[in-house]
Write a protein that binds this ligand. Sequence first.
Ligand SMILES: [Zn+2]
Length: 369
Amino acid sequence: MKPRISLSAALFALLASGCATSPAPMPTTSQPEAQSAIPWSRDQSLATMSERVDRDAYLDAYVLDIGQGLCVYVDCPDEARPLLIDCGSDKLGRSTSRQITDWIDQGAEAAGSIALAISHPHADHYDVLPGIERARVESATAGGRRSDYTNRRFLNWFGSTNQLQVFSAQSSQLDYAPLSCGSATVDVLSANASGHTSENGDSLVIAISWGSTTLILPGDAEIENETAAVATARRANRFENQTTAVISSHHGSDEEGSNDEAFFAFWEPRYLIFSAEPTYRHAHPRCSMIERTQHLVAQGRETQIRCGVREDVLRTISTPAQLISTYNQGHVRIRLSRSDITVACLITSPACPVALDPGDVPATRTPVS
Ligand SMILES: [Zn+2]
């Protein structure tokens, strides 16, 4: 993450490790309510000297290269505890599940706890979570229904799904407190938009806004969620002039109305990011989706993106649209600074010319040159 010794963080670490008020009282076994802290936290005394740089100057969202899945770790400003939004699959990514969860544990140790969101109940969005061993999860919010979360490893790790905070069908929640992120605002623009007729269509659509910048995380949204999210955003009347980065719905799928033109026309993405692995059988992102939407994304220097025509048939698109894919670029950091958005990547490209320090992101299976 962001190694640096800061005096306030060092003081916090000393206080937290040595005094009785320190972090995270473990809840007693008689607290089953969704609002309580989650009782399976492994370790609550892990404040360390591992600090981050300028935690009040940036909001950093790391889209981790986990292959055909999604795992976004958000380092919040104001030394607030971070968010983890989805974490599932390591099918073919550069980092293994273990490398990803070791890194998340390291961040959670420094921060004390995390808040968790699971966009919807598909394994490629939550099956890596059981590898997290040291993070104290302060709250867990999920799309879909509690009964949809049937992954056995997840249930063994998580305990009771009563602890999942879920929304009623077809809802939204502006300024959603359980996912607060320091002085940034977190909105659930859409939840369960399909009315439980499609698990992807139930995905949470989350907006994280800080100053004049917004990051959109739509999970595996389809046309219903994207339409509902835009309607909520219009009603909120505070997104129209934001600079935005958008994580592509459903890894860049071109089915079920995902990545709708109206969705992009509203957000006008400065950057569109794919968390995807085209060599896996779904062949995401789809070339047809890129060709359909690339004119709606900010234009810059010509960049190359590998995409799927169908299973086992891939090609490379060259486009001035500012597209970034974890398949091409590895781990991606989206940095909000209140007034601007910048990106950095493990492997640079014309759309992502700034290199991430490999020491600041999860280790990879093989060294990345
Ligand atoms: Zn997915």
